[in-house]
Design a protein. Structure first.
Length: 540
């Protein structure tokens, strides 16, 4: 997000390549063929529970498939046959089967696949449904583990491609673990799209900041990423932040750029998370950050001291709000590119958190990010802060365009401590959505199809929010009315008020919405906080 008024908006050319077709929560390359076997009880047999997982019957016995699918003799990974399936523009060519399992038991899912965007997963596990994917021309192994819930007696395994992509292959699919009491059987009605697979979060299914210009720093690649990103396995319990299930985030400007000047105490009550903008780079320590109240703003406010600011943070805490320090912005050149810089960032951020009472940090780096070292630094910082640590992010739309990008990699690498990613859905021009179609910025379709990409890429719905400008003056392009934001939230959560794009699943836990900025909101008659705030807080 920029700190100057009416900075130019750099619109990208309309792209014709398919959207990033990312999905799944992990992409694990299992070394060799050795699989860990888990006992589910003294009398439970452990072995491969998949019927015809190698398709050696020469047909699809045991599987129920949509679209064009068959057992073929070439290419195969092993044996004489393998699955070959071709998605269409409206179908993912999904094959699935139900498998009997035991409650409270551990299982390992594995399979060999080849082709563009192949997904392997399981739904209805009663716990964290696994999903992995790859996009390689040669055979490669996908795998994941999961533990069934207390009442789970069957799960549904699935493999599929992606809309409009080429033929994929699958072979040697195994589920190892204790045998259930029933008999495996194919599902009676396979889904024709990822949304209907047993778990919307497992299958391809399931933010701000700037003043006038947060333009993308690069153009989208000419093709989707050739390999998936990896995110931490499992779903660790996120920190207890004290935030509501659905939250509104607003950025408070520590400078005067023509918007309404505010003391922190005057930030509208609808904002659950207030991101103080911005921390600056420490010129003496690579990766380090500093923060001071802007003297010109303090003068414009008739005097505003550090003591006043700290008292205002404490008052927001008393009102149940969380205040984080936003790092970067459009002009914030903060680089964390090695272990020393990572340590400097964590130490300096923790010092500022202690000094002012911040609850965490917001990452709004618009000039590149090293996911490895920034993730390392954020985990160190989270450990220092402890319970209640809040981590938010505000990538530009282009930064979350594909899972191989640094920002997306950072979000996945910090998924265990991440509160919400509020992507800036503005200053971007038209872009491909998760279905491969191009949608114009400033529409419900643009917002919902981009959110779809984020969730398919591995983020939980409760970690994804909608980021928009608070007024037409707050960004170079992409401003939408509060009604558009409300409709997008309804579409994502309940499947209502959608445009032409209808998400492949409903995500009722979608986190909420964000705006740049609380100051521009005030200058626009508090339209965002009043209307979008009410809509977010009314969500069940």
């Amino acid at each position: 997000m920029a700190r100057t008024l009416h900075a130019p908006s750099h619109r990208r050319r309309r792209t014709t390549v398919p959207a990033v077709l990312a999905a799944g929560t992990t992409a694990l390359a299992l070394a060799g063929t050795g699989l860990a076997l888990f006992a589910g009880g003294a009398s439970a047999a452990v072995g491969n529970l998949v019927t015809n997982g190698g398709f050696e019957t020469g047909n699809l016995s045991g599987w129920s498939c949509t679209g064009t699918a068959s057992a073929v003799t070439s290419p195969v990974h092993s044996g004489s046959y393998a699955l070959s399936a071709t998605p269409s523009s409206s179908d993912t060519a999904q094959c699935q089967q139900s498998v009997s399992v035991l409650p409270n038991s551990s299982y390992t899912l594995s399979g060999w696949v080849q082709g563009p965007y192949v997904y392997l997963g399981a739904g209805g596990t009663g716990g964290t449904d696994p999903s992995s994917w790859s996009s390689q021309s040669s055979w490669n192994q996908l795998g994941s583990t999961f533990t069934t819930g207390a009442n789970t007696t069957s799960v549904t395994l699935y493999v599929h491609g992606w809309y409009g992509q080429g033929t994929y292959g699958a072979d040697d699919i195994t589920l190892t673990g204790p045998t259930g009491s029933g008999s495996p059987s194919p599902s009676s009605s396979p889904s024709s799209s990822p949304s209907s697979s047993p778990s919307s979060s497992a299958s391809p299914s399931s933010s701000p900041s700037s003043s006038p210009s947060s333009s993308p720093s690069s153009s989208p690649s000419s093709s989707p990423s050739s390999s998936p990103s990896s995110s931490p396995t499992g779903t660790p319990t996120p920190p207890v932040t004290g935030l509501p299930a659905h939250a509104v985030t607003g950025y408070w400007q520590n400078f005067d750029n023509g918007a309404t000047d505010q003391k922190l105490r005057d930030v509208q009550s609808a904002y659950d998370i207030i991101a103080v903008s911005f921390a600056d780079a420490d010129a003496t320590k690579p990766g380090g950050i500093t923060f001071t109240l802007d003297s010109k703003l303090a003068t414009a406010l008739g005097g505003y001291t550090d003591a006043d600011f700290k008292a205002d943070i404490a008052a927001k805490h008393a009102a149940g709000k969380r205040v984080v320090l936003s790092v970067g912005g459009q002009n914030g050149a903060i680089t964390v590119g090695d272990a020393t810089a990572a340590a400097n960032f964590a130490n300096s951020a923790y010092s500022l958190i202690q000094q002012y009472g911040f609850d965490g940090v917001d990452i709004d780096l618009e000039n590149g990010v090293n996911a490895t070292y920034m993730a390392q630094s954020l985990h160190t910082l989270a450990a220092k802060v402890g319970s209640g640590f809040v981590l938010t992010m505000a990538p530009q739309t282009i930064d979350m365009y594909q899972t191989s990008g640094g920002y997306f990699q950072l979000a996945l690498a910090t998924k265990d401590i991440l509160t919400v990613v509020n992507t800036q859905f503005y200053n971007s021009g038209s872009m491909n959505g998760c279905d491969g179609n191009v949608y114009s910025q400033g529409t419900v379709d643009f917002i919902t199809s981009q959110v779809c990409t984020h969730i398919q890429g591995g983020l939980r719905p409760d970690q994804v929010g909608i980021g928009v400008p608070a007024s037409a003056r707050a960004a170079g392009s992409g401003y939408v009315s509060s009604t558009v934001v409300d409709n997008a939230l309804d579409c994502l959560a309940t499947g209502t008020h959608c445009g032409t794009f209808v998400p492949p699943a409903k995500w009722p836990t979608i986190r909420g919405a964000m705006t740049w900025s609380t100051n521009w909101d005030a200058a626009n008659g508090n339209d965002f906080s009043t209307n979008v705030g009410a809509r977010v807080h009314a969500m069940p």
